[in-house]
Design a protein around this ligand. Structure first.
Ligand SMILES: C[S@@+](CC[C@H](N)C(=O)[O-])C[C@H]1O[C@@H](n2cnc3c(N)ncnc32)[C@H](O)[C@@H]1O
Length: 237
């Protein structure tokens, strides 16, 4: 489905999430408590973060998508809940990147809160641009801002980047570059949604000579009561 028209609804979701009176400073998820800073994507208002933890095998009995004892790069870490959970689950080296400075601070706070600051590095980065170009990972993962916005849209707040991607410019770069950051046998993963433009995503993967393989899909009710599907793709190529 083409969601160009619905990016305005996503912007409204972004605004509401920032200003809701019940926005907490600390929230509970995955049997732990987490700090939530102003301006950062709020897991308590969206079922999608819980789905991300499930599909990665970081909660429950699902097959782990990370290599225990290995390295894990999360793009778009937000509060850091996924990256910190990966470190707690046994990943020896975790890098958590986000384009939002508030998200980087938030991830550092949660890494300290859960005692994994020694093996998790939070980095302010537009996708891979701020990383050490020589560093490689067993798993590269992004729970992305999968709603397509017009190419010329300019973010008004950092928080909007958690929801929409103008012209899928970030997705295009992620699809092209993520497989190049892998160790031998590693996997580059993208968590996408049926609220995004799946046809365009496949066309962009084709254009860079990569294949999208479905590793998991989950239907669930979003906070709004709307049914959504999230799809975990592996980018092969
Ligand atoms: C849907 S949120 C997911 C947050 C967190 N991983 C979670 O599941 O709660 C998407 C995240 O991607 C980040 N992001 C968007 N564009 C980015 C880019 N070009 N580079 C790095 N991070 C980006 C946003 O700031 C946001 O934190």
């Amino acid at each position: 489905m083409t969601e160009h028209g619905s990016y305005l609804r996503s912007l409204e979701r972004s605004r509401q999430s920032l200003t809701r009176e019940d926005r907490p400073d600390v929230f509970a998820m995955a049997d732990r408590e987490w700090d939530l800073l102003d301006g950062v994507f709020a897991p308590p208002f969206s079922a999608t973060t819980g789905v991300a933890l499930d599909v990665l095998g970081l909660t429950g009995d699902d097959e782990p998508r990370y290599r225990s004892g290995g390295s894990f790069l999360e793009i778009g870490a937000g509060t850091g809940i996924i990256a910190v959970s990966a470190a707690l689950a046994g990943c020896a080296r975790v890098v958590a990147a986000d384009i939002s400075k508030a998200a980087v601070r938030n991830t550092e706070l949660n890494a300290q809160r859960h005692g994994v600051g020694d093996r998790l590095r939070a980095v302010h980065s537009d996708l891979f641009a701020g990383l050490d170009p020589a560093e490689r990972f067993d798993t590269v993962y992004w729970h992305s801002n999968f709603v397509l916005a017009p190419r010329d849209y300019r973010y008004e707040t950092e928080h909007e980047a958690a929801y929409i991607d103008p012209g899928y410019q970030a997705h295009r770069r992620y699809l092209a570059e993520a497989p190049g950051l892998l160790t031998e046998g590693g996997s580059a993963l993208l968590q996408f949604s049926d609220r995004g433009d799946l046809d365009l995503l496949h066309d962009m993967a084709d254009a860079c000579g990569h294949e999208l393989v479905v590793r998991d899909r989950r239907r669930f009710l979003e906070g709004s009561g709307e049914e959504l599907e999230h799809i975990l793709f592996e980018i092969r190529g």
